[in-house]
Design a protein around this ligand. Structure first.
Ligand code: FMN
Length: 184
């Protein structure tokens, strides 16, 4: 086993799982819980698919429909938290990020890579969350104009490992991810 006291190795382990979440659809990090604050100030959470991750920039990418409640929340409070549990590694990863909502020409490259079968996730009518008169009274026309990329720049990471002795560390972008051990 690598040195359990090595903060950078601990951080890299978390990034290993984040990167795998993008590359492997069966990886636990593929489907994080994504938390925002509603315009009324209420916490709200839902599962999303992790579509991009880059350790050098500390950026994660999520794709969504511009008409969803999460986008309305992010317009008011452009902050999100991610929660990931990796059972085979006994690892909890919590992240806080500032979020930029990207649409239009700037997300053309990402839209081109979305498979045709997945494009129907963008453009549901009436808009997601609208009451409908019966269960299937909606359409999913695959509307390019509704496709949004949430560019999430991580500011904080909290990592917990449940081992024989538990380990917990906090990392912040502000000190270049130097990290500090915390009581678990
Ligand atoms: C396995 C799974 C993956 C999902 N992936 C996404 C996703 O990548 N983007 C997204 O906007 N919603 C995704 N959803 C749907 C959201 O969980 C949520 O129901 C929807 O986005 C509306 O959320 P909101 O009203 O809180 O914005 C996914 C749901 C499940 C169950």
């Amino acid at each position: 086993m690598s040195d359990p006291n090595d903060l950078q190795a601990f951080l890299n382990e978390a990034w290993y799982h984040l990167l795998h979440g993008v590359a492997d659809s069966r990886s636990p990090a593929r489907l994080p819980s994504f938390c925002t604050v509603s315009p009324e100030g209420k916490p709200e959470v839902r599962i999303v698919a992790l579509r991009g991750a880059e350790q050098a920039s500390g950026v994660l990418e999520v794709h969504t429909d511009i008409a969803t409640a999460k986008v309305a929340a992010l317009r008011q409070t452009p902050l999100a938290a991610f929660l990931i549990w990796v059972p085979e590694a006994d690892l909890q990863i919590r992240l806080t990020a500032s979020v930029e909502i990207q649409t239009g020409e700037g997300v053309e490259a990402q839209w081109r890579k979305v498979p045709a079968a997945s494009r129907v996730s963008y453009g549901t009518t009436p808009v997601p969350g609208t009451p409908i008169k019966d269960v299937f009274a909606y359409e999913k026309p695959a509307d390019r104009a509704k496709f949004a990329v949430l560019r999430c720049t991580i500011t904080e990471m909290d990592i917990v490992h449940l081992g024989a002795s538990h380990r917990r560390a906090s990392f912040v972008a502000a000190d270049q991810w130097a990290g500090a051990w915390l009581a678990p």
